[in-house]
Ligand binder design. Structure first.
Ligand code: ARG
Length: 603
């Protein structure tokens, strides 16, 4: 639970107002929710329309409790609330108003400014951090590309969402464990071994592992159509690999090592590090013990030589764990992985950031674990299934003719990032040809455009990726926020004096500034909400709103029709405004960081 001081003040004052307005009820039962600040606190919302104030308490439920009319109750309450606030210096920063059944509360701008700006200027990028996670473990399974298949743009979403969730949970005091569950096992490795022996070479592989492996894979499938002996050879090679034969193992290791090296190049560009590269092969020796646990629990069924868990009762297809030829499957390795991770990390949550297309798979795996929990009679807190979350997401469609023709119809993530940097560079050169370090900044902006473009919609929605949209510097994009950050940074350089926190907060008194302050004030709540819903999107839309709220502050005209200057001859006013500038900059910087995006000082 997040403690919000002003919200708490409102709750306390409202509880007292209730006690005054219906004393008979208070006498009878002081534990009623209307008299308890904690209960009221839980029900306070943000008003839909920010003009209504900072907080809104819906009174309908309370009115029912005391059998009253919400409007009338509201009038009585606000009367009391305002009188009490006036009389108590500790609460004098609150004003109340009644709007139908909503009891609205506004924090006076100077008080809000003082509280928020002091905190942001003092904590800097730690603003919004908390220790609510108490160091508990969150396992995040994300990115997880398949070796020998392209690290294509299809894996962008899991990579971007997973990385962002990692940073968000870390900020909330959790210990995050990032796992790359590489697709590094399965029958396709038999095919690759055969193809490599026939058509591959070490040299070529070293030069371009991902491209080469893909080429071999594609060629294998083409030739297999006319040569059925290849399939037998591939089966035999995979069997040899499973049995641990040294030659096949060595080849497999080579494919794996080269691929990881290539993946890491992409990850480095995006500032991503994994705590573990434990792919599917990691579970090879953990499968038998897992199966025997399921066996002991009476969950396994043998049908035509295959082992399954019947899930008919739950309207799910049976979970196939071992084929009749003895081969284990993707699901088998995921079941073993859950058990291993639970034993190793005792996680608060295990997040699987994987496309919605795998919904059935995860429902099956989670159900198998749930049945095991029940059969083994675990205590409630030891029920593993309760801690598993499939963080699913929709498709990304990528329309780019130039890129798709380069390499058939597969769009590689690496190429997307290159192309993004290229396009960003063109725009930056147009705007600011003198900019030093233009390559570095172009990459920053290009990556920012791609990542933000991915995260800026609710994750379950499908995305249509269009360059001109994600690279628009004017609004709605990562580059727009990066540009805002660069502008604020340059203002701070120009001001070139220490900023706050001892400024005259009363000078920030217009509605536009008050709106920005309110938004800054809510940043910790935004971080919390994005973690609770596993939605980096919440941070994206918050930042866009903050950016435009801030732009409105200085687009407004003063009394004689001139636009407002941030830095002027009035030094008290300048320093108050710069405190706001610096705070907005910090929050944009930190917000982008939580999304996995870097902020340029100049652009
Ligand atoms: N390698 C899989 C794919 O690309 C994703 C793996 C996700 N993680 C998991 N534990 N199943 O589709």
């Amino acid at each position: 639970m997040l403690k919000d001081r002003f919200k708490y003040d409102m709750a306390v004052l409202t509880a007292r107002a209730f006690a005054e307005t219906v004393p008979e009820l208070f006498q009878k039962d002081p534990q009623m929710p209307i008299f308890r600040a904690e209960d009221i606190y839980e029900r306070i919302e943000k008003p839909k329309n920010p003009e209504m104030g900072n907080f809104a308490l819906p009174l309908f439920e309370f009115a029912r409790l005391i059998k009253g009319n919400p409007n009338e109750l509201n009038q009585r309450l606000t009367d009391f609330q305002n009188r009490m606030a006036l009389a108590d210096p500790d609460l004098a920063h609150l004003t109340f108003s009644a709007a139908g059944g909503f009891n609205n509360c506004r924090i006076k701008t100077a008080a809000l400014a003082e509280a928020v700006l002091r905190e942001v200027l003092q904590k800097k990028n730690d603003y919004g951090a908390s220790d609510m996670g108490m160091g508990k473990n969150i396992v995040i399974d994300y990115s997880s590309p398949n070796i020998a298949k392209p690290f294509g743009v299809a894996h962008l979403r899991t990579t971007a969402i997973g990385h962002s969730l990692y940073r968000i949970f870390k900020k909330l005091g959790y210990n995050c464990i990032g796992i790359n569950h590489l697709g590094d096992w399965g029958t396709q490795f038999g095919k690759l071994i055969v193809a490599y022996r026939l058509w591959g070479s070490e040299e070529e592989l070293r030069g371009d592992p991902i491209g080469k492996l893909l080429e071999l894979y594609v060629r294998y499938h083409k030739e297999e159509e006319s040569d059925s002996s290849l399939a037998d050879a591939a089966r035999a090679a995979f069997k040899a690999l499973e049995d641990g034969h040294p030659e096949e193992t060595e080849l497999w290791e080579k494919f794996r090592d080269y691929s990881i090296t290539a993946f890491e190049k992409t990850y480095r560009r995006l500032g991503i590090k994994f705590d573990h590269y434990s792919g599917e092969s990691f579970y090879n020796d953990k499968i038998e013990p897992a199966l025997s646990r399921l066996e002991k629990a009476g969950l396994l069924e043998m049908s035509q030589g295959a082992l399954t868990v019947n899930l008919d009762k739950y309207h799910l297809p049976p979970c196939l764990l071992r084929r009749s030829d003895g081969a284990t499957l993707y699901a088998t390795r995921d079941v073993a992985a859950v058990l291993y991770r639970w034993e190793t990390f005792h996680f608060e949550k295990a997040l699987y950031v994987v496309a919605s297309a795998q919904r059935d798979h995860f429902q099956q795996v989670f159900k198998v674990i749930e049945l095991l929990d029940e059969a083994e009679k675990h205590l409630p807190e030891e029920k593993v299934a309760l801690h598993l979350v499939h963080v699913d997401f929709g498709w990304i469609k990528f329309q780019d003719d130039i890129m798709s023709t380069r390499k058939g119809n597969i769009v590689f993530l690496e190429d997307v990032l290159d192309r993004a940097a290229e396009l960003a560079r063109e725009k930056i050169v147009e705007k600011n040809p003198e900019l030093p370090d233009i390559d570095k900044i172009s990459r920053m902006i290009g990556h920012g455009a791609v990542i933000f473009g991915d995260l800026a919609s609710r994750r379950q929605k499908d995305i249509n990726f269009v360059w001109s949209e994600v690279l628009n510097f004017e609004g709605g994009t990562g580059p727009y926020l990066q540009y805002t950050h660069a502008r604020l940074s340059s203002l701070i350089r120009k001001y070139n004096r220490d900023i706050g926190p001892d400024v005259d907060f009363k000078l920030l008194d217009n509605p536009e500034e008050s709106r920005v302050l309110d938004m800054l004030y809510h940043f910790p709540q935004i971080v919390y909400d994005s973690a609770r819903e596993y939605e980096p999107f919440i941070i994206c839309s918050y930042l866009l709103e903050l950016g435009s709220a801030f732009n409105r502050v200085y687009q407004r005209k003063d009394a004689d029709g001139r636009s407002v200057k941030i830095i002027s001859d009035d030094s008290a006013l300048s320093s108050a405004r710069m405190a706001l500038v610096a705070s907005v900059r910090t929050v944009i910087n930190e917000g982008l960081h939580l999304l996995g995006i870097e902020s340029p000082e100049e652009m």
